[in-house]
Ligand binder design. Structure first.
Ligand code: SF4
Length: 348
């Protein structure tokens, strides 16, 4: 499968800006105590995120992709500190997001980390005019004091995201979904953020508007040197955004690699399945294969490799043993040489 539009290159190695190590998040989904006692049931836990590790270099975009229920949004929330991890470490710009001894440094860091959500309208006060929404972080962090300077900065930010400074006088309901996402980006930049975590920022938008928002985000990254963690269920969306892509399945990263490498020579069978479902204008006439099967219940996941019920390359070892993550992929078939990168099965 060849890319038909230039993909973003892998950023040359430099000190990692974001480091995530062995991140885990369990949710207690047990029935009430009395039911458990009467029915002699043990406690039940849902493993939403299980030993996830990755890093993001400064100025890079790492996309995390997976179906609904794969745990990608939970990872995003733990990275920005909206949800505490059950275990593991997150370090941003050398400051731990979990270590209580670095609470003071973390407070300083928070201004530089912002999140963009799928539904920007839900995160805006509908009774506030846009200029108040965008200026809120400037006031909260005391970045500017004079009202005239604040209004000038708000106008500058609205222009930066492709709106008019006069749009600040209107209310959020007067804007389209794409324009509201632009307002959300302006608000994120108002605190002089350098790391943006975007959780499905375009999935509620029309395809043409999606492209405009993605282009805006790429343009802002080039101009301001922003670092992105981009969460999406759609590989086609992250294709032109990401330097590197991590594929998540049932709480684990199963493959991670450069965007070009992942699209041209995918290793993991799940990545291949997702790629087969992506429309490709360079291969018009190629039959698209819909994603097969459904993600299993995470409360009672399959044994061994959790992908084995859906995998055409599964064998007995896959059903019994969790594959180790080696050379950017966690798959027995790749490790045993039964499956070559790019979709050629040596032995099935
Ligand atoms: Fe398929 Fe086995 Fe690889 Fe899992 S470990 S993806 S079941 S071949």
């Amino acid at each position: 499968m060849k890319p038909h539009i230039a993909l973003k290159p892998v950023i040359t190695p430099q000190p990692d800006y974001v480091q995530v190590r062995d991140l885990r998040r369990l949710f207690d989904v047990s029935r009430p105590w009395l039911n458990r006692v009467i029915e002699r049931q043990p406690r039940q836990y849902l493993r939403a995120v299980d030993h996830v590790s990755f890093s993001v270099a400064k100025g890079e975009t790492l996309a995390i992709v997976g179906e609904s229920g794969s745990g990608k949004s939970t990872v995003a929330r733990m990275v920005v500190g909206l949800m505490p991890p059950s275990d593991g470490k997150v370090t941003i710009a050398g400051i731990s997001m979990t270590d209580p001894r670095q609470a003071a440094e973390r407070r300083q860091l928070r201004r530089r980390i912002q999140m963009i959500f799928q539904d920007p309208y839900a995160s805006m006060n509908p009774r506030w005019r846009v200029d108040r929404i965008v200026s809120e972080p400037i006031r909260a962090f005391g970045l500017l004091s004079g009202e005239r300077e604040i209004q000038a900065r708000v106008g500058e930010l609205l222009t930066l995201v492709g709106l008019h400074p006069d749009d600040g006088k209107r209310y959020p309901h007067a804007f389209s979904g794409g324009q509201r996402q632009r307002i959300a980006i302006a608000r994120a930049l108002a605190s002089e953020a350098e790391f943006l975590v975007a959780d499905e920022p375009t999935s509620a938008l029309d395809v043409s508007v999606q492209a405009q928002i993605l282009n805006l985000m790429r343009d802002l990254q080039d101009r301001l040197g922003l670092t992105y963690l981009f969460i999406s269920h759609n590989l086609a969306v992250v294709r032109h955004m990401a330097n590197r892509i991590g594929v998540m399945y049932l709480g684990r990263i199963v493959e991670i690699g450069g965007g070009r490498e992942l699209f041209t020579a995918p290793k993991h069978p799940y990545t291949r399945m997702l790629l087969d479902a992506v429309p490709d204008l360079a291969h018009v006439g190629r039959q698209r294969v819909p994603v097969q099967g459904e993600i299993p219940n995470p409360i009672n996941p399959p044994s061994g490799c959790t992908f084995h019920p859906r995998c055409p390359f599964a064998n007995d070892r896959c059903k019994a043993e969790v594959p180790a993550f080696r050379d950017g992929v966690a798959c027995h078939a790749v490790e045993e040489g039964r499956l070559m990168p790019g979709g050629v099965a040596a032995v099935v």
